[in-house]
Design a protein around this ligand. Structure first.
Ligand SMILES: NC(=O)c1ccc[n+]([C@@H]2O[C@H](COP(=O)([O-])OP(=O)(O)OC[C@H]3O[C@@H](n4cnc5c(N)ncnc54)[C@H](OP(=O)(O)O)[C@@H]3O)[C@@H](O)[C@H]2O)c1
Length: 273
């Protein structure tokens, strides 16, 4: 496996297993430089969102990199204020314009917005049928939200992007997604840095001569979960990419799994009605 290696989504589209996230990367130069460096390092997957306000910089860096469009997987997301059938269609066009792209590889419903999420999903199905998105999916959906969606949808979401790390090991959700051919994708896989000093994590990573960040990313990949670490720091972008040349033994996977404490570094959709 390497940075171009893919898992296959339920519609046959390949998604590179590791991508660069750009949440909290400043719009403009900071995002542009991080994306460009990631592409030069070999990353082939970028995760942005309308609400990050940096879609424009992602598109600019992509074009400047010279990497063919067909080789880069770009995800963006429908923001909460853009829910509803017509508004979702318009929001996708606006994201395409800001990115300067003809299609989005993966368009996600960012959050299960009450009352409107079903209508918005119908819009994403239309966008998929029109070829504006190669795959559609959701984010921050719990099993309950997925059950509701699957009961009424024409297209099963290809992806569910959620917080996922040893400290937020959502085993039940992972099983549910696997059972329904929905690819789980890990956001905040580095716990936003909060747990990188954990002595236990450091002890295990040292035994592999790896950094804690590399161990956390490899742990996601061992679970067959796509992962999208964010960094705007060139050496970290490179460090986070060096996770394809080692494996975590089963015993250590169990140890890492047992670190779960339902950590939520951002929002928690558990009670989202
Ligand atoms: N769908 C959603 O609701 C949702 C929510 C959150 C995130 N996401 C997506 O998931 C991506 C990743 O999640 P995240 O940004 O929340 O957090 P994260 O990737 O877990 O952590 C990012 C933080 O870790 C630092 N970092 C990166 N690599 C490091 C390394 N090797 N060693 C030490 N520190 C390192 C970064 O600093 P520097 O940048 O300064 O290097 C940044 O402060 C986001 O960018 C976004 O694309 C989606």
């Amino acid at each position: 496996m390497d940075l171009a290696s893919c898992f296959t989504l339920n519609n046959g589209v390949g998604i590179p297993t590791l991508g660069l996230g750009v949440f909290q990367a400043e719009p403009g130069e900071e995002t542009h430089d991080a994306v460009l460096h990631a592409l030069e390092t070999g990353y082939r997957h970028i995760d942005t969102a309308r609400v990050y306000r940096n879609e424009h910089a992602v598109g600019d860096a992509l074009r400047e990199s010279g990497v063919p469009r067909s080789e880069v997987f770009v995800t963006t997301k429908l923001w909460n204020g853009d829910h509803g059938f017509e508004k979702a269609l318009t929001a996708c066009d606006a994201s395409l314009n800001r990115l300067g792209l003809d299609f989005i590889d993966l368009y996600l419903v960012h959050w299960p917005v009450e009352g409107l999420r079903s209508e918005s999903w119908s819009a994403l199905e239309q966008l998929y049928d029109e070829g504006k998105c190669r795959a559609i999916g959701v984010s921050n959906y719990t099993v309950r939200h997925l059950e509701e969606l699957l009961a009424g949808c024409s297209i099963v979401p290809a992806v569910n992007q959620v917080e996922f790390s040893p400290y937020t090991f959502q085993a039940e959700l992972l099983d549910y997604c696997r059972g329904h051919s929905i690819q789980l994708e890990a956001y905040s896989p580095l716990t936003k840095g909060l747990k990188l000093d954990d002595p236990y994590l450091n002890k295990i990573s040292a035994s592999y001569s790896r950094t804690p960040a590399q161990l956390l990313l490899r742990w996601c990949l061992e679970h067959q979960v796509v992962t999208i670490p964010k960094s705007v720091t060139p050496v970290r972008i490179e460090e986070n990419a060096r996770v394809f040349d080692f494996e975590i033994v089963a015993e250590d996977m169990h140890r890492l799994n047992s670190l779960d404490e339902n950590l939520r570094t951002g929002w928690d959709p558990t009670d989202a009605s």
